[in-house]
Design a binder for this molecule. Structure first.
Ligand code: SF4
Length: 123
């Protein structure tokens, strides 16, 4: 039987760029704290009331808070992107905010580079 984190990962995309010494031989999810927790904690059951969802997400985030591969998991969820559930201590809505900020920052950097090129050419 698959453990929770493996159940959440598509076998074809379970490897992510390493950040803290994990190699292809030791995928990040092999160290996941949620391997020992209920998979149901990280995803909403259908028709979950808001109060129950918030409580469940806080519980999931507490598991993430003691997870040694939080950054790898979060980056995986952002890069995929994973549309549902708590990954890397962030809900789907929180990940959308992070991605929007990243896109805005990248746009600002591209614009700054474009202006810098124009100034250099004019100088
Ligand atoms: S950060 Fe959270 S969701 Fe990700 S592997 Fe760790 S416990 Fe699981």
């Amino acid at each position: 039987m698959l453990r929770p984190i493996e159940a959440r990962l598509d076998a074809n995309r379970s490897r992510v760029p390493t950040q803290r010494g994990h190699t292809d031989d030791s995928p990040w999810h092999s160290s996941a704290a949620c391997r020992r927790d209920e998979a149901g904690l990280f995803f909403a059951p259908s028709k979950e009331p808001t109060a129950a969802r918030l409580a469940r997400e806080e519980q999931a985030k507490r598991v993430c808070g003691r997870c040694p591969v939080l950054l790898e998991c979060r980056e995986h969820a952002l890069l995929q992107p994973e549309p549902y559930g708590v990954w890397g201590g962030l809900t789907a809505a929180e990940r959308r905010v992070v991605l929007a900020r990243r896109r805005r920052r990248e746009q600002e950097l591209r614009e700054a580079a474009r202006i810098g090129t124009q100034v250099a050419a004019a100088g």
